[in-house]
Design a protein around this ligand. Structure first.
Ligand code: RP5
Length: 181
């Protein structure tokens, strides 16, 4: 259903999460071609019921929009920004330079270099400007990391994250037991 939600938003020309609640997480990406990867972050936030917005913001093609988005996100109630980009992936780092909020970077596999270019562009930030970088194409982990960040001041999210960890552990134990038989 996240696929349907995103394609409907694209058809409507808007990727904003249509929720009455103020978005707590901003998911941004350099291009709509990043959506098949970045939708996984949105899916996690949907699962946890965390209000979020999804926007296309390009560091290279729409630098002014990127500037105003990053500068004002915290004033609008955004608490964490997830930024995905491929190739010369400057979006997460530039956004981290402009906002006081935590930024999670998702390297998207988008070029002949198989995402290694995106990974290095995002992870190799200079001292003083941190970007929490997840694995190539792993927007799911970006969503989960955002939940953990919000959990610091949200007891309900914290207990649901603990439950998720127990569930993943149990899942492995069940499979291990089956294999052992
Ligand atoms: C980056 O360039 C985007 O984040 C995307 O991963 C890549 C290719 O963009 P398109 O040419 O598909 O729009 O800025």
């Amino acid at each position: 259903n996240i696929e349907r939600y995103l394609s409907r938003m694209l058809e409507e020309g808007s990727l904003d999460h249509k929720s009455a609640a103020t978005p707590r997480v901003g998911i941004i990406m350099g291009s709509d071609s990043d959506l098949p990867v970045m939708k996984n972050a949105a899916e996690i936030l949907e699962t946890y019921g965390v209000p979020h917005e999804v926007r296309i913001v390009s560091a290279h093609r729409t630098p002014e929009m990127m500037f105003s988005y990053a500068r004002t996100a915290h004033e609008r109630g955004i608490q964490v920004i997830i930024a995905g980009a491929g190739g010369a992936a400057h979006l997460p780092g530039m956004v981290a330079a402009l906002t006081p909020l935590p930024v999670i970077g998702v390297p998207v596999r988008a070029s002949a270099l198989d995402g290694l270019d995106s990974l290095l562009s995002i992870v190799q930030m200079p001292r003083g400007v941190p970007v929490a970088t997840v694995a190539i194409n792993n927007a799911t982990n970006a969503g989960l990391l955002a939940i953990r960040m919000l959990s610091v001041a949200d007891a309900d999210l914290l207990s649901r994250m603990s439950q998720y960890q127990e569930d993943t552990r149990d899942d492995v134990l069940v499979k291990a037991e089956k294999l052992g038989k």
